[in-house]
Ligand binder design. Structure first.
Ligand code: ATP
Ligand code: MG
Length: 601
């Protein structure tokens, strides 16, 4: 008797210590709904590290029937910009499309939790609304949350702390404050009375003082072992306009003060961030506890950030590459940004497969870039249409093939996918083959074309190289070959074996394309290792542009389709392409050339 096994309805989700915690909370029924958030600061484009965080937060919402809010963590007006707000939304939408878009927490446009509560509305979060109710008007009706929408509430919470004697206005200079905190020394302003503190804080808000002249600080512990608990700053004066609140505010809450309160206001249950915030956690808890907020309170959990080989990940460094024009922009296909990765031709499924399954741990480490590349190849191998293309052409003339004759040969679109079907490719007397598929003086074990040697043209004939034609300067002009005209599929000698098979295109039928061959942006696995200037190890060969000859069907290439140029690499159409001008990006080579090179040396 055989045991009956049932296929699981959903693919197994990863398991890790954060998911274990969430599962325990679900079992104990502590929260009515699991609610996570993804809180980028709109001061740059999202990168692949953010993709890990997105997949974790949305993954948990998916696995536990929860919601994940998208929140702009916009408490620092100086560095933030709407360009980034827009790009962040586009990138998140792209990455979670068809996977977790029904878990995306958004709010009705222009509203804050307060106005929503006033109206007694229940459809505060997008997931509470059915798709049929809103159709495709989602982006007209909903928008992300903004921490800056809570500035009024956060200010009120700050006043409450002052009233409770748990916060004070401090007049030390920023340098003095640092020094006092480092040495565990009490600020001389620490024992100001509640009335005076309230008065000064209100006047800070009213704009009576200059930037940096006063701050609001929590009154916790002067010489706490954890330096973050040494009377940390809660509010600072910054007379700068804000991209979302305009000129309304001249004081802004610090990250630590705003973040836990934003989580509380939105009803977040699990506030997941990277390890460097572990030391801030006591402050996160202290603020919520000190305000005596009703339970259950949100809690913070930390995991190791993604660091990827041959990549820099800090927004500051990526911005430097953009500003100094070392790349063409945030979405340059060599950038580790989500928009760069997308433009390169990687699909959201491949990026998610990488970022979702990468593993959540408590230990920082470097992830080998080959793990990402494997996920990309695996995905593209399944979906891409095979096409013939020659990147660096040399001409081949088949001397025993009649001029003007054209045959349509059958080629398979995707051996991994029967439904992809077949297509015809034209064959004629003059062809292009890849320059490197011919060697006049072949190295040992060279099984491609050589003088007097034979090779099979994929989907076509076996040819023999009879003559190498050169110009006066000794440059190769063309190869003159003969074909075994019985050797194509169905012919008398179709089973004849030769060692090599190469790709080709018919010269008269080929279409031209600009092809951008991208490679890793850095030559070292850890570009910023030991404080090295990461720009000193930029790969000078990270982009090569060639004019390639493609089989004619590629004239109709579409941006949403992925292609494998056979024997070469995977490619996708770039948005620079226009009617009559094809531009392709190399997403990734078929094999890992870097691993091969490392093996050799
Ligand atoms: P950067 O260091 O690049 O400036 P950041 O941490 O300042 O990044 P945020 O916009 O604040 O960027 O990040 C939003 C969320 O993404 C945070 O919860 C943060 O912990 C997470 N995150 C940022 N970088 C990584 C990374 N490399 N791996 C995993 N998560 C990350
Ligand atoms: Mg940050």
């Amino acid at each position: 008797m055989s045991l009956e096994t049932k296929e699981p309805a959903v693919p197994a989700a990863p398991s890790d210590f954060i998911r274990d915690i969430v599962a325990a909370h679900v079992a104990e029924n502590i929260y009515s709904r699991i609610h996570t958030r993804f809180p980028p600061e709109p001061n740059g484009y999202l990168h692949i590290g953010h993709a890990k965080s997105i997949c974790l937060n949305f993954g948990i919402a998916r696995e536990f029937g929860g919601v994940c809010n998208l929140r702009m963590d916009d408490t620092n007006p100086a560095k933030e910009d709407v360009e980034y707000v827009d790009s962040i939304q586009a990138d998140v939408n792209w990455l979670i499309a068809g996977w977790a878009d029904d878990k995306l927490g958004l709010k009705p446009k222009g509203m804050t939790p307060e106005t929503v509560a006033e109206e007694g509305r229940r459809d505060f979060y997008l997931p509470a609304v059915t798709q049929s109710e809103i159709g495709n008007r989602k982006s007209e009706i909903f928008e992300p949350f903004y921490a800056s929408d809570y500035f009024d509430q956060i200010y009120d919470f700050a006043e409450q702390l002052v009233e409770k004697g748990k916060a004070f206005v401090c007049d030390l200079t920023p340098e003095e404050t640092d020094e006092y905190r480092r040495n565990g020394k009490a600020s001389p302003f620490r024992d100001r009375g509640v009335e005076e503190n309230l008065n000064l804080f209100q006047r800070m808000k009213a704009g009576e003082f200059t930037d940096g002249s006063r701050v609001l600080r929590a009154k916790i512990e002067v010489d706490a072992a954890n330096i973050w608990m040494r009377d940390p700053l809660l509010y600072r004066i910054k007379k700068t306009e804000h991209h979302h609140t305009g000129a309304k505010w001249c004081i802004y809450p610090m990250y630590d003060f705003a973040h836990c309160l934003s989580d509380y206001i939105e009803g977040i249950t699990h506030s997941i961030c990277t390890l460097e915030f572990e030391v801030h956690r006591p402050l996160y808890d202290w603020i919520l506890e000190s305000l005596g907020l009703p339970r259950p309170l949100p809690h913070q959990y930390e995991f190791a950030r993604l660091s990827l080989g041959y990549t820099v990940m800090s927004k500051r460094k990526l911005m430097q590459l953009v500003d100094e024009k070392l790349v063409t922009g945030w979405d340059d296909p060599r950038m580790p940004t989500i928009s760069g990765i997308r433009r390169r031709g990687v699909t959201p499924e491949a990026l998610r497969n990488f970022a979702y399954n990468i593993g959540i741990t408590k230990y920082n480490g470097l992830t080998d870039v080959s793990v990402l590349e494997f996920a990309i190849r695996e995905d593209l191998n399944k979906r891409s249409l095979r096409r013939l293309a020659v990147l660096r052409p040399i001409k081949v003339v088949i001397t025993n093939y009649a001029a003007g004759q054209v045959e349509e040969l059958e080629a398979v679109n995707n051996p991994e996918d029967e439904t992809a079907g077949k297509r015809k490719i034209p064959f004629s007397r003059e062809l292009y083959i890849e320059r490197e598929d011919f060697a006049e003086v072949p190295p040992p074990k060279f099984f491609r074309l050589k003088p007097g040697g034979e090779v099979r043209l994929k989907y076509a004939y076996i040819i023999k190289c009879e003559e190498v034609v050169k110009d006066a300067a000794g440059n190769l002009v063309e190869l003159r070959c003969t074909a075994d005209l019985d050797s194509k599929s169905g012919g008398a000698t179709s089973n004849r074996k030769v060692k090599g098979t190469i790709h080709w295109v018919s010269a008269a039928h080929a279409v031209e394309a600009e092809v951008r061959l991208y490679d890793r942006l850095f030559t070292e696995a850890e570009p910023d290792k030991d404080g090295r200037d990461f720009k000193s190890v930029l790969n000078p060969h990270s982009l090569e542009v060639v004019t390639a000859k493609l089989e004619p069907s590629l004239k109709d290439a579409r941006p949403e389709v992925r292609y494998q140029f056979e024997r070469l690499a995977y490619f996708a159409l770039d948005y620079d392409a226009q009617p009559g001008k094809l531009v392709f990006n190399r997403t990734i080579t078929l094999k890992d050339a870097w691993a091969k090179a490392a093996q050799k040396s």
